[in-house]
Structures are given as C-alpha cells and as structure tokens.
Design a protein around this ligand. Structure first.
Ligand code: GDP
Ligand code: MG
Length: 163
C-alpha cells in the first residue's frame, strides 16, 4: 500500500529542497528569493525502497504579511486533507517562530498525523532548534538536512510502517 506525505511549514524552511530530494528531479523550484514556488505540487517520491506520493505546499511565499495567515491556512488545510501524513518542517537554525506555532495549530485542529522535521540541522546547526521543537507538542522531532541528505534514515524509519 502506498501513502501520501505532505510537506508543510512556513516559507523558507526547505520544503521544496526536501521535495526535490525525494522526487529526484527539479520539479519544485528552490530559491532564496520569496515568490518563486506556487500552490501545491505533487510528485512520486522514492526513499530507499519506499515509494509514495509527496506534496510540496508552496504558494505562500509571495503573499504579504496581512494575507499570509488566510492563504497559508487554506493551502495547508488542503494539503492535510490530501495527505495520510504531514511532515511539518521548521528551520533548526532559527528555532520555533510564531508563524511555526500557527502551522502547528492548523495541524492540531485538523487532527493531522504529524512528523516534526527540524531541517537545516547539518552538523550541530540544529541542536537548539531540535530542543525547541519539542515545545510544539507534536511529538518526537527528527533532525534533517534536506540540502545535505542527512536524517533520511530517520525519516525512512518513521514512514516505513505507514507505507
Ligand atoms: P521552502 O520555501 O520551504 O520551499 O524552502 P526552499 O526549499 O525553497 O529553501 C529555502 C532556502 O533554504 C534555500 O536557500 C535552500 O537552499 C535552503 N535550504 C534548504 N534545505 C536546507 C538545509 O538542509 N540546510 C541548509 N543550510 N539550507 C537549506
Ligand atoms: Mg518552496
């Protein structure tokens, strides 16, 4: 049986970078600049011997602060409804921000099956972020580096019983 994983979280935490790594193609755009990726993007993911569908939630990057909440809420809710499991990414070098808390609330309200991923955790960079991520109350965070491919074995261990 296969499943659908939605990668959610605020702009710039590395969702598209992870999507690209899982899909193995440059399907999602990655950019330092806001305003590049849009809406929801679906791809066929491969993680070792696991195959599943992955959704990248984009489309939040171009909105202004006052419309961010409504827009990200709708997009994230759509992704959650399509997904069996959500990978909620935060930036381990930044820690938990108020915007991350808003996403956590959306996921809680939706009763989503959530995995917390502390991205940008290559080396020791994510140590503080990983500790802070506990405060989200969404379970045991895993440390990832989408860019450097670290933590993919931990992600696999969590996803394998689902797939
Ligand atoms: P998104 O807005 O959540 O889709 O984030 P992107 O995937 O577009 O990445 C935003 C920025 O973070 C880009 O400059 C990426 O290169 C960078 N980035 C993504 N993953 C990592 C990571 O694991 N480590 C570091 N240091 N940077 C990363
Ligand atoms: Mg993106």
């Amino acid at each position: 049986m296969t499943f659908t994983l939605a990668i959610v979280g605020r702009p710039n935490v590395g969702k598209s970078t992870l999507f690209n790594r899982l899909v193995g193609r440059k399907l999602a755009l990655v950019d330092d600049q806001p305003g590049v990726t849009r809406d929801l993007r679906e791809g066929d993911a491969k993680l070792f011997d696991l195959r599943f569908t992955v959704i990248d939630t984009a489309g939040l990057e171009e909105v202004t602060d006052d419309s961010l909440q409504g827009r990200m809420r709708r997009l994230t809710e759509r992704a959650v409804e399509m997904a069996d499991v959500c990978l909620f990414l935060i930036d381990g070098r930044v820690g938990v921000t108020p915007t991350d808390e808003v996403f956590a609330d959306i996921l809680r309200r939706k009763n989503a099956h959530v995995i917390v991923g502390v991205n940008k955790s290559e080396g020791k960079a994510g140590d503080a972020g990983a500790i802070e991520a506990w405060s989200l109350g969404l379970g045991d965070p895993i440390r990832l580096s989408a860019e450097h491919g670290e933590g993919m074995d931990d992600l696999y261990d969590i996803l394998r019983p689902i797939g």
